[in-house]
Design a protein around this ligand. Sequence first.
Ligand code: URA
Length: 425
Amino acid sequence: MRAVDIIQKKRDGLELSSAEIKWLIEGYVAGQVPDYQMSAFAMAVYFKGMTTREISDLTMTMVGTGEQIDLSEIAGIKVDKHSTGGVGDKVTLILVPLVASFGVPVAKMSGRGLGHTGGTIDKLESIKGFEVERNQEDFIKQVQELGLSVIGQSDQLVKADKLLYALRDVTATVDTIPLIASSVMSKKIAAGADSILLDVTVGEGAFMKNLTDARVLARTMVDLGKAVGRKTVAVITDMSQPLGRAIGNRLEILEALEILQGKGREDISDFICRLAQIMLGLADLEVSLEEVHSHLLDGSALKKFEEMVEAQGGDLQDLYRPSQAEFVLEIKADETGYIADLPAMEFGLFAMRLGAGRAVKSDDLDFETGIVFEKKVGEKVAAGELLAKIYANQKISQELVTEFKKNVKISNEPKKVSEIIEVIA
Ligand code: URA
C-alpha cells in the first residue's frame, strides 16, 4: 500500500477499507508515514468525512496503538467522563468526588489545556505538591482504597492520538467529527471504564459551533462506545459562555471548592448534580437529584476531594489558598441592562494571554491569573456594578480593559440559558 493512494481515495470522497485505515495509522505511529502525508489525510477527512464503519475502524485501530488499562481489579462498575473541551470547565474536579462519594469508583485520566480551553491536570497542579503522574499500579490501588483518582493521561495510551492531535492542532483539522470522535473514544475505550459519560460542548467556545453538528458527534461517540460493550451516554452542553464563575487554574480550584462546599452558583451546582445523577445511573445506581445535592451540602463530596488531594501528595493548607496574583482589577458595567453575551472563546483567549493558558504546548502557565465573573448571561446589571475581576501578574493596560468590556454584551432583553441542552443515550 502507499499513503498517497489512501490520501487520494479519501480526497475523492471514497470509502477506505479497514486494511487501508489500519495500514495508514499503524504506519504513522511506526514513523513510516510522515507528518506531511498524515496532515494531507486529516485535511481530506475534514472535507470528505468518513462513514460510520470507517470511524469505527479508525477508533479501534487507534486503541491498538498503545496500552489498554485493565481496571478489573477494582470492584464495581467503573465510570468515566470526558468533555470535548471548554472554557472555565472545572466539572471533573467536582463530579469525580461527588460520584465517588456514593461509592461508585472513578479512575480518571485527564488532559492539559491548549489555546482557549483549560485542562483538569493543569488545574490540579496549581495545588502545591499534587502529583498527576502515577504508575498504573498506584493509580488502581488508590481507586481501590479511596474510590477515586485523577491523573494525567499515560504516554503509553493511544499513541496515535498523541501524534495525530498535535498534528491536527497545527493544521486546522481539529474540528471535524470523525477525528474528534475517534480521538475521544479511542482514549475512553483504552482507559478501561465500563461506562462513559460524554460531555459534548456546543457554542462559540466549543469545537462544535451548532446543535446539528453536536448531535451528530454525540450520536457517533455513543454508538462507538456501545459497539464495544461500554454503556455510553452523551450530554450536549452549552459552551457559548464560560462555565461557572472562574477561568484560570487556581481560581477554578477555588470555585470547585466553593461548589463542593454547597456554596457555588446554583446554575453550575445544579448542572453538575445532573451530570452526577447520569453518571451514577451508568453505574446502575438510581439516585434523586436532591440526594446528589445533599452530598455537596453535607461535605461528603468535599471529603472525597480532600482525600484524593492528600493521597496524591497535595498540600491541604495550600488547597484553600487564595490566588496570589499581584494585580486584581475590578471591571464595572458602563450601562444598565441584561448580560446578553460573554463569548467563551474570547474570554478563554483573554485568560490565556494573562498566562492562565498555553498558546503553544511548551508555554509555562501562571496558575494564579485569570478572570472571575460576578455576572453571567441572562442576569441583570446596573451601570457601575461589578461585572468581573481580572487577576494578573502584569500591570493591566487600559487597552486590555477596553477589550474586556467590548466582549461583554449588554441588552435590554433578558436571555434564557440552559447548561444541559440535550441528553443522547
Ligand atoms: N478532545 C479530544 O480528546 N480530542 C479531540 O479531537 C477534541 C477534543
